[in-house]
Ligand binder design. Structure first.
Ligand SMILES: [Zn+2]
Length: 181
């Protein structure tokens, strides 16, 4: 289950660490979890590589958004840059054009195992995300307890998901009612 299904892939990878009411959860603790995330079979090496890339992405997002949440402390910018670049070099990929039913469609092709290509592609998209026009719209979600990131895609969006918005409104409502007692 993805809490933020419409985010770019690097953000989806970051958000495989997510909070429920009482704890922080991690969707990528097993090979099966990674296979679920990618939609194809993976192995232990892939899991290690994706976890390292995820840590790098979260650290870089934390730096970029000046994230003050407890979950975003202890980041290591130099190591994160190195890990992201290593991931980006893991496979060679190129875009291919296809004509399908009269429509021009992009397909990504390349050399290397599917997991390596996915890793490299997500790392490349992350370079775009952190340096391109979306970089100023990357946000940490400050709803209570939330550990997710999102790209602010319209001016009034404050939270990663409707669920977080609802929790914030409920908490405000509760505080107002308490104050009026
Ligand atoms: Zn949130």
């Amino acid at each position: 289950m993805l809490l933020t299904p419409d985010e770019p892939r690097p953000v989806l990878l970051m958000n495989t660490i997510w909070a429920s009411r009482s704890q922080v959860n991690d969707d990528l603790t097993t090979v099966a979890g990674l296979s679920d995330f990618l939609g194809f079979a993976t192995g232990e090496d892939d899991l290690r590589a994706f976890r390292a890339l995820r840590q790098a992405l979260r650290d870089l997002a934390a730096v970029l958004t000046r994230d003050t949440r407890p979950v975003a402390q202890d980041r290591d910018l130099a190591r994160a840059v190195e890990d992201l670049n290593r991931s980006a070099r893991r496979a060679v990929a190129w875009p291919q054009l296809a004509a399908e039913d009269g429509e021009l469609v992009r397909h990504d092709d390349g050399e290397g195992a599917p997991a390596d290509r996915a890793l490299a592609a997500i790392a490349a998209e992350a370079v775009e995300l952190f340096t391109g026009e979306q970089r100023d719209r990357l946000r940490a979600c400050y709803a209570p307890g939330c550990v997710l990131y999102f790209v602010k895609d319209h001016p009034r969006r404050e939270w990663c998901s409707p669920g977080c918005g609802n929790r914030v409104r409920a908490a405000r409502h509760y505080r107002r009612n308490r104050a009026g007692e």
